[in-house]
Design a protein around this ligand. Structure first.
Ligand SMILES: [Zn+2]
Length: 260
């Protein structure tokens, strides 16, 4: 479960590239024309869009945008300014396989009811429980020298912030969110994490123990059912002993076939 812990990559975007300049211009245009949809792929074309790894902070100006289309992007992160997109209702970064987490500020989009996220790519997802990066030794940095508290919005330096991961339902999915916290008071204001995920805000890394993933849960349930259903006679007891670990292996195989 903890074998795939990644390192957080900061400075993901070349801001001097043509692609980035075009994207910033597009954000300005969408804001100015008070458009309700944001679809950078349509504006930039595939080649330039593929060079986009984050979104500019100016997305905070997209107050009228209801739908965000980011299908098939190479995005690695979304900036916290997404929380200022007050009209956001639908968020679609489907098949953006490098997008493993979201800023906590996305929970401020109160109209966000529907999303289409490739959940298998998310940290802590229930299918494979991909490990959370270690925030102690490898904190997340956004652009600029200061960061805002995700709860009270207080501005602080990166030395002052306490970062934590928390898994919460946003739109249609449970998302791993990064929170910047200024104090224990603000940390205590974080909601209870979604059921089936780590039940407290945490710093990630290999010390964090997650719940079993989908395959493991399936195996556990089947073994439990098996136990309950069995009437233990002398002969089956012997059979079980003889077969040893064959049952879990068989279940794993069945599960794999089902997936196909
Ligand atoms: Zn705070």
């Amino acid at each position: 479960m903890t074998s795939r812990i990644q390192k957080i990559e900061n400075n993901v975007q070349d801001i001097h590239s043509v692609a980035w300049k075009k994207l910033c211009e597009y954000v300005d245009k969408v804001a100015q024309e008070e458009r309700e949809e944001f679809s950078p792929l349509e504006e930039l074309g595939q080649e330039l869009f593929s060079q986009i790894y984050t979104l500019p902070e100016s997305i905070s100006k997209l107050k009228k945008v209801k739908k965000v289309w980011l299908y098939g992007s190479n995005l690695k992160r979304i900036p916290p300014e997404v929380g200022q997109m007050k009209s956001l209702e639908y968020f679609d970064p489907y098949t953006s396989y490098s997008l493993h987490w979201f800023p906590y500020e996305i929970t401020r989009c109160k109209n966000l009811k529907d999303s289409r996220v490739s959940t298998r790519a998310l940290y802590g997802n229930y299918k494979n429980r991909m490990g959370f990066p270690d925030l102690m030794n490898n904190p997340v940095r956004y652009s600029g020298e200061t960061v805002h508290c995700s709860i009270c919005d207080k501005s602080m330096s990166y030395e002052e912030t306490n970062q934590a991961w928390i898994s919460l339902r946003v739109g249609s999915d449970v998302l791993p969110l990064l929170a910047n916290l200024c104090s224990t008071e603000c940390k205590d204001k974080l909601p209870k994490p979604s059921e089936g995920y780590i039940q407290f805000p945490h710093k990630g890394g290999s010390v964090v123990k997650q719940l079993p993933d989908e395959d493991e849960t399936f195996e556990l349930e089947m073994m439990q059912q098996d136990k309950e259903g069995d009437i233990p006679t002398e002969s089956t007891k012997e059979d079980d002993k003889a077969s040893g670990n064959e049952k879990p292996v068989l279940l794993k195989l069945i599960r794999k076939l089902w997936k196909k």
